[in-house]
Design a protein around this ligand. Sequence first.
Ligand code: NAD
Length: 503
Amino acid sequence: MNAAVTTELKTIGHWIGGETVRGDAGRTGPVYNPATGEQTSEVHFASVEEIDHAVAAATTAHSTWRHWSLSKRAELFFRIYQLLDEHREDLARHLTAEHGKVLSDALGEVQRGIEVIEYVCGIPELLKGAFSEQASTGIDVYSIRQPLGVVAGITPFNFPAMVPMWMWAPAIACGNTFILKPSEKDPSASILTAELLKEAGLPDGVFNVVQGDKVAVDAILQHPGIAAVSFVGSTPIARYVYENGTKAGKRVQALGGAKNHMIVLPDADIDMAADAAVSAGYGSAGERCMAISVVVAVGDAADPLVGAIKDRLPKVKVGDGLDPSSEMGPLVTREHRDKVASYLDSGPAQGATLVADGRETAPDNGGFFLGVSLLDDVTPEMDAYRDEIFGPVLSVVRVSSYDEALRLVNDNPYGNGVALFTRDGGVARQFQFDVNVGMVGINVPIPVPVAYYSFGGWKSSLFGDRHIYGPEGIDFYTRTKAVTSRWPDPATSKVDLGFPQTR
Ligand code: NAD
């Protein structure tokens, strides 16, 4: 046991059919307050039978939910929006308590999630089909979008409210019923969300939560009653979920890990680039799939840029996320903190220069803290470059030209986000054409698309052929039907065995 345990542990269970279900599979996991290192709760892990129970509730609910008119669904989503808006701080506090991110960042997470709710309030417009009058003589052809049925979402620890919203909001608005399997590390926000959805008037069984680990994930992937799975998490598990979900006949979108580069050209505004690197490298303690992990300093940009980043580091205030003066909180678990800190040994051992060592500046109170850390002279062979890290360790790779920087990004197995800092519009335009990455920022370090575009990477950052939320989210959660319709005069009816070719 490496953490203190508070005397009164909260118990977190499932939410099935509109009510809490304690969970009686007999397997549980600990939930910590990462800022103190104390265990605060125990979460019940679902059994295969409990997944069956959730699918049964969602299937029953679907038989009535899919009949809800578009205007009634839109009205309900306006109420959901309003309620979530009123409970922003409540939700954010749940995130800080179990994830550790500072409260202002947690509020930002809730805001970006709520923007997806805002988008699906327009569901009547989003589900419009096409209509071709007189496609052939007397024949009209039209397409309609219908829900898939029961769909599931499996989510990571780093955005316990927002990433589920990317999934459940479009899925439910499209007429599906939903089963969420949140991360076992910070499960509370999912239950608060369920309570708020019920309060807003969402019928029981339309939104369900099953807590758990691999057992629950495998049961979801194998369950014949689940039509589609959305997954966000690390690349090995994303690949596993995609391969096994599709093998079981499901539609799957599986978003994986990332290694996001920020290229700084010699003509860039160095102060602006340094501000961006520090914000995007250390925000949320680097535990964002769109965090900047590698700064690629081109030519003469390198020395002033490393100097400007280094100057900013002592000012970053690391502490408990509930302290309003904290800018960066702890990492999610002790194991993860230790793994991230290990790059501060392996980096220099493999030839990197340790410019800032976060082990020396981390608060020492039992929480899972690591201060902001900077490695310079990193090369593509080093572990610090090859691994995702997912913590407050920023690497600088020095290259001599734009072409070399571009090659580095395009050779990387991940393709989630990338940023280019320059004053040259022509180079920026060429870059957006050349780069093999799904989300590109031009002088914007974390280019998370707004809710009416879709989010997703390329290469090993996404398995499947649909990005998440926005228009592609609506596509993912619906299937289209094409209807060919004729209202003939019975007097002209006759048998004709030829292939239809009326014009
Ligand atoms: P993770 O892959 O460990 O866990 C994600 C989900 O999978 C969790 O619900 C977890 O319970 C489940 N899971 C874990 N191990 C499993 C196994 N062996 N079999 C079946 N299911 C399993 O990811 P994480 O540590 O919670 O989150 C961090 C990762 O998520 C990072 O790699 C980050 O880049 C990625 N991420 C990606 C995006 C994106 O949009 N591409 C967004 C957020 C996070």
